[in-house]
Ligand binder design. Structure first.
Ligand code: INI
Length: 156
């Protein structure tokens, strides 16, 4: 018989840091609402949720790293929106944020959920923050829950 290890959405005693970029807040606040609502509906209490606000996506990895190293959290949910403009700025901000979060997850061993929108237009951002293409904040929250559970199952 093949042994399979996977997670579920039952880790509702886990503690989550939600690191949120303020840039493009009209979109990011919807991601945050979606993430908090999802975690609470899965039984996570508000006492186990901490919201950390940073200026923009570029600053998210540093705050996520500090949260991950603090020992106070089982997972970090990173939320932000990087929307392409007319210059290469988008590529630098989105690239550094993505690379940083991946590195932090691997170096700390803590699940970091990637809820950063990287889109070409405001319309695409709106579609992914609670309208026709779902809400990436909700998806990131579910991923965090599942990964906490998976890691626990892999250690036990
Ligand atoms: N930050 C974002 O979160 N999204 C963006 O779309 C964005 N753009 O396009 O400029 C952005 N820039 C700010 C950046 O994250 C830093 O806060 C800033 O450069 C100061 O370090």
């Amino acid at each position: 018989m093949i042994k399979t290890i996977e997670g579920d959405f039952s880790a509702n005693t886990a503690r989550f840091a939600i690191v949120v970029g303020r840039f493009n807040s009209f979109v990011v606040e919807s991601l945050l609402e979606g993430a908090v609502d999802t975690l609470k509906r899965h039984g996570v209490s508000e006492a186990n949720l901490t919201i950390v606000r940073v200026p923009g996506a570029f600053e998210i990895p540093l705050a996520a790293q500090i949260a991950a190293n603090s020992g106070d959290y089982d997972s970090v949910v990173a939320l932000g929106a990087v929307i392409r403009g007319g210059t290469p700025h988008f590529d630098y901000v989105a690239g550094e944020c993505t690379k940083g979060l991946g590195q932090i997850s691997l170096s700390t061993g803590l699940p970091i959920a990637f809820g950063i929108l990287t889109v070409d237009s405001i319309e695409q951002a709106i579609e992914r923050s609670g309208t026709k293409a779902g809400n990436k904040g909700e998806e990131a929250a579910l991923t965090a829950l599942e990964m906490v559970s998976l890691l626990r199952n892999m250690k036990s």
